[in-house]
Design a protein around this ligand. Sequence first.
Ligand SMILES: Nc1ncnc2c1ncn2[C@@H]1O[C@H](COP(=O)(O)OP(=O)(O)OP(=O)(O)O)[C@@H](O)[C@H]1O
Ligand SMILES: [Mg+2]
Length: 257
Amino acid sequence: MSEPILELRGINKSFGAVHVLHDVDFTVRAGEVTALVGDNGAGKSTLVKCIAGIHPTDSGEVLFDGRQVSIHGPKDAADLGIEVVYQDLALCDNLDIVQNMFLGRERGKAGVLDEADMEQAARRTLASLSVRTVKSVRTPVAALSGGQRQTVAIAKAVLWDSKVVLLDEPTAALGVAQTRQVLDLVRRLAEQGLGVVLISHNMNDVFEVADRIACLYLGRMAAELPTKDVSHSQVVELITAGRSGDLGIARPDMAAV
Ligand SMILES: Nc1ncnc2c1ncn2[C@@H]1O[C@H](COP(=O)(O)OP(=O)(O)OP(=O)(O)O)[C@@H](O)[C@H]1O
Ligand SMILES: [Mg+2]
């Protein structure tokens, strides 16, 4: 088993009176894909946003590379090497691939952008991820397919010497071939040594690429297991009932209270 790169311990998060995350423990390992699964509203996106510094947590500890850290905003997360690809991707249609990848973090000196340098870095990153379907890095994002956009968003996330990349439903809107490309890319990120978190509702995708599966049930971590130790139906039970045989929360009915 590889080393934990990111560890959350006892995370709690409420929005007003709504307690969304309850004492959540979650570990991301370098070189592995961890799938984060759970029903709609289980708290997956909230957990990711807590990691990314978008939501402050109410209590709990975060360890990065074994050191305790505090993440108070997206910049703290980015400085640690944590990048998130959100479901809506947050790409600008009217800008080209290079402009999108460097948006807000442009390179240059004395107010002059170093276009050649950024273009080269964008090309190098796409090539390192073996992305071949994008013809030119000067193509406006509006002209790309859904899969290509997802690829650009992921490449943008790994451009920054990232250590942990969290992907919130990267294949939700994609067809078969495009899903294939994105899943291959997810595997490649892990092979390059990154800690990858994949949120997905698709059990086939999860079982295909994940080394471990973490299952949230009503804001509680019901189970965190190696993929090889669970079956599809056990994971579905953990998602829908918080429990499957000996696995999961002892009394899931109490979790709802
Ligand atoms: N900003 C917010 N303010 C208030 N409540 C919120 C906020 N964000 C999320 N919630 C609530 O937190 C709970 C968990 O939501 P979250 O988006 O994390 O679920 P999810 O597991 O990502 O679901 P899905 O699979 O549908 O994306 C929901 O009950 C939701 O209504
Ligand atoms: Mg979500």
